[in-house]
Design a protein around this ligand. Structure first.
Ligand code: GLC
Length: 467
């Protein structure tokens, strides 16, 4: 039986144009899979196709903490009670909120999807949830803030993702644990006695049902997060399996992250989420490269942080995008709008710079992935590759003097051009030392003849049309 299944999956994989290894196909016969999980690896690959092609999205962290303006964990860090935190709820009034403008900024930066915090750990909901009073319509904002953003994104063809916090520091049935703002209260045991995690589990399901039934098709769901172990919370606390089953039922095409504490299963997640960290190489599991999306901030905190100055440069951010794609991943780059609902200038400047680079170079990002191993990375360069068009992209991080040496590239490509202006780059191979040069290239090497003056673009890209 299992063999039949594998053969079927390989046929499916070929039909879908994706190459699945036997190791991947074997996931389909994972005996520990719950019976409601029917999808094959090939079907999953097909479901994630748009996401793989998109490569670049915007994360938005926006909530009451934006008013405190000193990190989205402020309630926890400063151990504020619900009462102390209430001042932000009473004053939250984002009079400059313009979802069309946010959408335009994401689009101009070249982002293909946006993931917004519908509820963060503080428990405050941006939408008009029936199951809580702790929501935007009850603040001076006076309305559902999620709906207009979803509409604006859809109107511009940007995919919609929801971040949803599993943690909830406001909910009366969320037992106090090591991450809770009240973790040092003297009467935790007696408070927790009156808290029923089953009621909280129901709340999670009710809210997820609202989010996945009242806002149309949702493309990505970012649960955040599990911290199992002593005095923490994990799959049994959230009823992760039940939650995921519900999600799959309501939105079969949705792509779900890996923070439900089901990481070691073959079915409990769609992609890995390295955070504020650049993997050294394409992350893998049992020898198979896995889908991944790294979420990164401009400056360190996710929510608006007025006094934070550790902002990454435009160049660092563009490099981060390229490096992520060069290792087969997606980049979800975060913006923390202010409590008035605007992006701060430093964010705008960076988005603009990325957008300008993308305008001329997005061919090296969309639909691209890690280059095949036969292409050695030249010095100071990052490679990406489009498997459909069979083009290789050399991102030149430090512009060399006149020539770029490509080892063992002879016969592998037929044309080279600068991507930003489509200008030809001539090349030669089998170079002999001349009267003024010392170098010989190996007989399989190629020398690209570059202009001395670096192209006027943050990181120049050379496109090779492969044979
Ligand atoms: C962490 C933080 C959270 C942030 C998230 C983004 O889990 O708790 O503040 O929203 O990462 O991935």
């Amino acid at each position: 039986m299992p063999n039949k299944q594998i053969v079927k999956n390989i046929i499916l994989a070929i039909a879908f144009g994706s190459l699945l290894s036997t190791a991947e196909a074997q996931q389909d016969i994972d005996l520990n899979k719950p019976s409601w999980v029917k999808e094959t690896v090939a079907q999953k690959s097909e479901r994630m196709e748009w996401w793989r092609q998109a490569r670049f999205g915007m994360f938005i962290h926006w909530g009451l903490y934006s008013a405190a303006a000193r990190h989205e964990w402020v309630q926890n860090r400063e151990k504020m009670t619900r009462e102390e935190y209430h001042k932000y709820f009473q004053t939250f009034n984002p009079d400059l909120y313009n979802p069309e403008e946010w959408t335009k900024k994401a689009k101009q930066a070249g982002m293909k999807y946006v993931v917004i915090t519908t509820k963060h750990h503080e428990g405050f909901c941006l939408w008009d949830s029936k199951f809580t009073e702790y929501k935007a319509p009850n603040t001076p904002a006076g309305k559902d803030l999620l709906k207009p953003l979803v509409a604006a994104l859809r109107a511009e063809g940007i995919r919609v993702g929801f971040y949803y916090s599993l943690i909830d520091w406001n909910h009366p049935h969320f037992p106090i644990d090591r991450n809770h703002p009240l973790r040092e209260a003297s009467n935790i045991a007696s408070i927790n006695q009156n808290r029923d995690i089953k009621k909280y589990q129901k709340y999670l399901k009710d809210q997820i049902t609202e989010l996945l039934t009242q806002y149309g098709k949702i493309d990505e769901l970012f649960f955040d997060y599990s911290y199992p172990g002593p005095n923490g919370k994990g799959r049994d606390d959230w009823d992760s399996e039940g939650l995921l089953k519900l999600v799959r039922k309501l939105q079969p095409d949705i792509i779900v992250n890996d923070r439900l504490d089901l990481g070691e299963t073959s079915w409990g997640w769609d992609y890995k989420t390295p955070e504020q960290f650049m993997p050294f190489k394409w992350p893998s599991l049992n020898g198979v490269n896995i889908p991944w999306e790294t979420c990164q901030t401009f400056s360190g905190s996710w929510g608006y942080n007025r006094d934070e100055y550790s902002w990454k440069s435009e160049r660092q951010l563009i490099t981060m995008l390229i490096e992520t794609v060069s290792k087969g991943g997606n980049l979800l780059l975060n913006v923390g709008p202010t409590a008035r609902g605007a992006f701060e200038e430093k964010a705008d400047e960076r988005l603009k710079a990325i957008g300008n680079w993308m305008r001329f170079n997005n061919r090296s990002i969309y639909n691209c992935t890690q280059a095949p191993a036969v292409f050695e990375k030249p010095d100071n360069c990052l490679l990406t590759y489009n498997p459909e068009t069979k083009r290789l992209y050399i991102h030149v991080l430090s512009w060399p003097f006149k020539s770029l040496h490509l080892k063992n590239y002879k016969g592998k490509f037929r044309y080279a051009q600068l991507l930003n202006d489509g200008s030809e780059i001539k090349f030669k191979s089998d170079i002999k030392p001349g009267s003024h040069t010392t170098e010989t290239t190996g007989e399989n090497d190629v020398m690209l003849e570059l202009p001395v003056y670096s192209p006027n673009i943050e990181i120049p890209v050379i496109e090779l049309i492969l044979n």
